[in-house]
Design a protein. Sequence first.
Length: 332
Amino acid sequence: MAGSDTMRAATIDRYGPPGTIRLRDVPKPNPGAGEVRVRVCAGTVNRTDTATLRGHPFFVRAMTGLLRPKMHILGMDFAGVIDALGADVARFTVGERVFGLLPERFGGHAEYVCLPADAAIARIPDGLAFDKAAVGEGAWYAHSTTKRLEAGQRCLIYGASGAIGTAAVQLAKMRGAQVTAVVGERHIALAHSLGADRVVNYEAEEFTAIGETFDLVFDAVGKTSWFACRPLLKKGGIFAATDLGPYWSNIFLGAWFGLTGSRRVGVPFPEDAPGFLRELAGLMAKGRFRGVFDRCYRLSEIVEAFRYVEKGQKTGIVVLDIASRDAGSGSA
Ligand SMILES: NC(=O)c1ccc[n+]([C@@H]2O[C@H](COP(=O)([O-])OP(=O)(O)OC[C@H]3O[C@@H](n4cnc5c(N)ncnc54)[C@H](OP(=O)(O)O)[C@@H]3O)[C@@H](O)[C@H]2O)c1
């Protein structure tokens, strides 16, 4: 760990490939009024981080900075310990184990981060290790689509092995939906273990020709399209995706169907991170939701972690061990 007024962080000052990330000692942030400071034990490297690092697709720069990134430390997930409180914070005490999301400000790829006490932050359920608690990003995106499901509806999740897909299967089941998960051979057992009612191996079977129709088809990995999935949709069924689709088709089709008064195609934008995080913490405490984890990298290996995540082949979540003395111990 760096000196008492500084902290180690993975920093960026321009958009580019993973090699542009630099590990530096930077000033440790101090919590303002209404804020908490968290000593980060574990984070993740996820597809939001990789998209933001590259400033791609270009429109994300409307939020992250046109020519240069506004934020200099990425990292949307964190799990750690409350280390200091700003004025007027009653919700938390120093030493509490917390996890959360940093959707606008990022900053989880550092030893400390400050955020408002009423932002997306919740207590880690007892007994859950830090490196099993940084689970927010994929689940939040999954929730933005699966929240529209009603009990008894039928849903197909394409790409059910990524961070979003593994969360989507669990959240859709919780809403009482019948879930068909489409994954590659190596993820069949995983999809069953998450509760999928039917698992289709896209490497062995044409998933668009399985002879069933669905209320919701969710492309959780950005590898199919509304055109391909039309035979799978019930009358009035919805196609939702996490990506823009070929030639931005999901955006254009969403706008077109929107003009006709229907919302049959869309890239749902996640909302209300604080409310969702609290709901997720409750589900985790009851054992109803679990993160699925792939590799774990040290903060010093963050460039390799970004390179791995950019391949688009991870299973669930890639963890960043920021304080190895804490990771996996489950204690402060
Ligand atoms: N723009 C943004 O800010 C943003 C933010 C978050 C997510 N997203 C998008 O959301 C998508 C999902 O993110 P994620 O983190 O959940 O993904 P991820 O973890 O990178 O998911 C990759 C998974 O998809 C599987 N996969 C790869 N090719 C496939 C195919 N053709 N058909 C079915 N499965 C396939 C891979 O396993 P196999 O190869 O073994 O099948 C792997 O397990 C990504 O496309 C990402 O770009 C965008």
